[in-house]
Design a protein around this ligand. Structure first.
Ligand SMILES: *[C@@H]1O[C@H](CO)[C@@H](O)[C@H](O)[C@H]1NC(C)=O
Length: 439
């Protein structure tokens, strides 16, 4: 099939299920140098709404009825059709996935299992949102469209269940071409273009992910190329990157995790609401309470914060927001009145300086009042992972003991194992943060 569609594979690599971190992967038969092309896929061999047999229908006429918040519906309709058509041009490619039962994203776990294994990680909430969106898109957009084209789709075959599996398939295996920035069009700089729709990229989707990857997919006008970005030795696995992602994102979108402490892009969130709770705790007078509430009101208007402060292995990744919150929350009443009168402040601190201040090196030197808030918020967040009967603190953390116990680890199911990796990676960052902000 590769020859037929013009997909050219270097003879230095091969695809296998043996010697890989999971399932299919690509391995080096020979030493490979930086810059070498591992394979080239012509654009005509990409599966998307423009290359499916039903493309005319998806790209013309009825097109606007397929709009949805995800932008995935046309590809999903194409996959529903191609996956169940015995004549499909894409059959050899799609036959690699005879069914989608191997996909084990948390959206296929029971709700009870998600809440038990992943509490505190942010995944249960993300999955609930996904499932609601999938249901809504299927009922409101996909079903009416299929009903209008009974010659191509049939709701008895193309069920919500299959649709959900295909969503997970697209999550895990599709690619999105990066938006090219218009260099001439500086005026449009503010306007964000909508992301390109996802597409299936044969061969490229065989590669596993590592945050510290050794190959990268390049997009050119005629083809896509997988290029080696640092030397790969004979026998080693070739890794692409699916993006800079923490383990919770990897588990949510792809159904796997990188074993601790390998993921250089691991993160932990501290919900903004937690900072509020910590800031208001212990307040005695109504006047103080009112002051905090006023500050909070102003902060909500000033920042476009999306719900959480994010901490990575090197420090805070949402440092400007955190800086603003701490500065305002720890202001005296007079300073706050002045701020209100001036309707904001002149940002005197350089961005780079702020990022240094909130890095692991800078955190211990913060003002005591700022450190206390971060410390308490981190502690509060760690508690949200706790399972029944677990005491407080790092020593009482049963995940910490488990991750070092090889025998016990070997006895875990893959779900338990992945959940443990996510929890442990996040808590580890929070413990370090507590250490760095101790008074
Ligand atoms: C991922 O890690 C790399 C290397 O430490 C770093 O340069 C990059 O900013 C990180 N990205 C995110 C989103 O954390």
């Amino acid at each position: 099939w590769c020859n037929q569609v013009g997909l050219a594979l270097s003879n230095k690599v091969y695809v296998s299920k043996e010697g890989t971190v999971a399932e299919y992967g690509m391995l080096a038969k020979d030493n490979i140098e930086e810059g070498e092309v591992l394979f080239t896929i012509p654009r005509s061999a990409l599966l998307h709404q423009g290359t499916t047999k039903v493309s005319t229908l998806l790209e013309k006429g009825d097109k606007s009825s397929l709009e949805s918040s995800s932008g995935w519906v046309p590809l999903l309709l194409a996959l529903l059709y191609e996956h169940t058509s015995s004549q499909s041009y894409w059959k050899p490619y799609l036959s690699l996935w005879t069914d989608f039962k191997k996909l084990d994203h948390p959206m296929f776990w029971s709700k009870e299992e998600r809440d038990r294994l992943l509490r505190g990680t942010g995944i249960p909430e993300a999955v609930d949102t996904d499932l609601a969106n999938i249901y809504r898109e299927y009922t409101d957009v996909v079903l009416p469209f299929m009903t209008r084209h009974p010659d191509l789709w049939n709701p008895d075959t193309h069920t919500l269940e299959l649709y959900t599996q295909l969503v997970a398939f697209v999550m895990a295996y599709s690619f999105q071409e990066p938006q090219v920035e218009d260099v001439d069009d500086e005026e449009d700089e503010e306007e964000e273009k909508p992301p390109n729709p996802p597409m299936m990229v044969p061969m490229a989707d065989m590669l596993n992910h590592e945050s510290n990857h050794n190959a990268n997919l390049e997009f050119t006008p005629d083809s896509l190329k997988m290029v080696c970005i640092r030397p790969i030795r004979k026998g080693e696995e070739v890794f692409n990157t699916y993006g800079q992602m923490a383990n919770w994102q990897l588990l949510h979108m792809y159904g796997f995790t990188e074993p601790h402490p390998q993921n250089i892009n691991e993160t932990a969130d501290i919900p903004i609401a937690t900072l509020y709770e910590v800031a208001t705790r212990g307040i005695q007078s109504d006047l103080d309470q009112q002051l905090v509430e006023e500050k909070w009101e102003m902060l909500s208007q000033m920042t476009q914060e999306k719900g959480a402060f994010v901490f990575g292995k090197q420090g805070c990744l949402t440092d400007t927001e955190l800086h603003t919150f701490l500065k305002v929350l720890c202001m005296s009443e007079d300073e706050f009145s002045e701020l209100k009168e001036n309707e904001g402040w002149e940002e005197d601190d350089e961005e780079e300086e702020i990022s240094q201040t909130f890095s692991n090196e800078g955190l211990p030197g913060l003002k005591a009042s700022w450190k206390r808030l971060i410390h308490e918020a981190a502690r509060h967040t760690v508690r949200s992972y706790r399972v029944g009967g677990e005491g407080e603190g790092e020593c009482a953390d049963s995940d910490r003991a488990l991750i070092e116990d090889k025998a016990a680890l070997a006895g875990l199911s893959s779900r338990q194992h992945n959940a443990l990796q996510v929890r442990h990676g996040q808590k580890n960052i929070l413990y370090r943060l507590m250490e760095l902000t101790k008074s």
